[in-house]
Design a protein around this ligand. Structure first.
Ligand code: PEP
Length: 257
């Protein structure tokens, strides 16, 4: 089994002003400075990226964006490109989050273009997939995920995706307090790894980090992360408070206590 380094990511969504973002980032850095057994990322709003990058400089917390546009530059009012995000200090970009799919007309085809643009611009995509409650109830979970992954990664070869991070986020578990059980999450992660092996080869599938997202909290993270195919967490609400997020980042201590 590949040795996959845990990755704990915080998605701040549309929360926090610029000063609040900087203060939260500073606090987080002071709380997780001693953590060497996980990669850590936070994704503030676009306007806070550059000042938060300064607050994170020299720390073990990396910066991510919540979205990007696929063109590099041009007459696209209101959009931000991968090279611009990289120049603000980003290393990662969340792509295809269910809120973008639900509220902003995100399609698998657009997700595909954003993933290509992220990689071309030197950013690591954190590619989100997940089924809705009604899709799960109709037993369509695997077919929905198959389509999201297949269309989102259409045209890519394994070599281009060595840095990719996949995030399984069941829509019914996001911001609802309903977490997938560790067994439910493991079942899907194992399916996703198998799918990636079929599409892009065993090597990529074995080294690919697959994060779980959906109401992850300090009191459920250790059990989820104990599953063999869960390699980290994408955290929304619980990432907004540095004291709480740092507890999630330190989940290994909970597992060994
Ligand atoms: C998310 O938005 O990616 C998420 C998982 O949110 P929450 O942790 O609040 O469910």
């Amino acid at each position: 089994m590949a040795d996959r380094r845990p990755f704990i990511a915080g998605n701040w969504k549309m929360h926090k002003t610029v000063p609040e973002s900087v203060e939260t980032a500073r606090k987080l850095v002071s709380l997780v400075g001693g953590v060497s057994d996980a990669d850590i990322m936070i994704a503030p709003t676009h306007v806070a990226l550059a000042p938060v990058a300064e607050a994170l400089a020299g720390s073990n917390v990396a910066l991510g964006a919540q979205n990007l546009f696929w063109e590099r530059e041009g007459a696209y009012t209101g959009e931000v490109s991968a090279p611009m995000l990289a120049s603000a200090g980003c290393r990662y970009a969340i792509i295809g989050h269910s809120e973008r799919r639900q509220y902003f007309g995100e399609t698998d085809e657009k997700v595909n273009r954003r993933i290509r643009a992220a990689l071309d611009g030197g950013l690591t995509p954190v590619f989100c997939v997940g089924e809705s409650e009604s899709e799960r109830e109709a037993e369509k979970t695997f077919s929905v995920l198959d389509k999201q992954v297949s269309d989102g990664l259409k045209g890519f070869v394994a070599d281009e995706l060595s840095s990719l991070v996949l995030a399984y986020e069941p829509v019914w578990a996001i911001g609802t307090g309903k977490t997938a059980s560790s067994a439910q999450a493991q079942e899907v992660h194992q399916f996703l790894r198998g799918l990636m092996a079929k599409k892009l080869g065993k090597d990529l599938a074995q080294s690919l980090r697959i994060l779980y997202g959906g109401s992850v909290k300090p009191d459920n993270v250790a059990e989820l992360m104990a599953m063999p195919d869960l390699d980290g967490a994408l955290v929304g609400g619980a990432s907004l408070k540095p004291e709480v997020f740092s507890e999630i980042v330190k989940f290994k201590r909970k597992q060994s206590s």
